[in-house]
Design a protein around this ligand. Structure first.
Ligand code: FES
Ligand code: FES
Length: 220
């Protein structure tokens, strides 16, 4: 027998086809339809959910691999009358258009915030001992597994920034400096390829702020 704990509720399966993905169990067997099937190939992130607190593409994993695991979908993060801080930030910053990718974006960003609090490095981290997860390049890199077809990226970054500003700066008790604040860094219309160290070193704060304004204007 397979037992899955999804959004704090236990579900047991006696004869589940072992080829069934975790995404299909949620959507097809349990009618938990927050996680979306975008590509079904691990390319878009629309199916992202949390397994034991870590984000995962649920289209790429078999349900039988998660016996006893704690699984959280967007429904477990917050509902309309009980939004999480991040969900509220997505509303505040108009961080979605069609909304198809949004459940996956929010699940992914929820884990991202935890990873930054725990000082996990990313591919673009330059100081492995003290990763600066507040840099917009870090946020973009860490969110690069989630694609938004309508290109709400600048506002998604702003929503994540808002929560990081509240939660991570509370944790460190240090205010953001102009050089590390994501709001002064480049936000393009897509998760742009993270700039190289040379590019980061050459960009002035003024240029970064100007690019941010341009990116936002071009979207409106
Ligand atoms: S549906 Fe899973 S990554 Fe696209
Ligand atoms: S809001 Fe439409 S795909 Fe992201």
């Amino acid at each position: 027998m397979l037992t899955l704990t999804i959004n704090q509720q236990d579900y047991q399966f006696d004869n589940l086809d072992p080829r069934t993905t975790l995404l299909d169990v949620c959507r097809q067997h349990l009618q938990i339809t927050g996680p979306k099937k975008g590509c079904d190939h691990g390319q878009c992130g629309a199916c992202t959910m949390l397994v034991n607190g870590r984000r995962i593409n649920s289209c790429l994993t078999l349900a039988v691999m998660h016996d006893g695991n704690e699984i959280t979908t967007i429904e477990g993060i917050g509902m309309p009358d009980s939004l999480s801080e991040l969900q509220q930030a997505f509303k505040d910053h108009d961080a979605f258009q069609c909304g198809y990718c949004t459940p996956g974006q929010i699940c992914s960003a929820t884990a991202l915030i935890t990873e930054i609090k725990e000082q996990w490095p990313s591919y673009v981290t330059t100081d492995l001992q003290q990763p600066d997860g507040l840099l917009v390049q870090e946020i973009a890199e860490r969110m690069s597994g989630n694609i938004c077809r309508c290109s709400a990226y600048p506002n998604i970054i702003r929503a994540i920034q808002q929560v990081l500003e509240n939660q991570v700066s509370d944790q460190t008790s240090e205010p953001f400096s102009m050089t590390t604040s994501p709001s002064t860094s480049t936000v393009s219309g897509i998760w742009s390829p993270p700039p190289s160290e040379t590019q980061l070193g050459n960009q002035s704060s003024n240029n970064k702020a100007a690019n941010t304004d341009n990116a936002i204007r071009s979207r409106s």
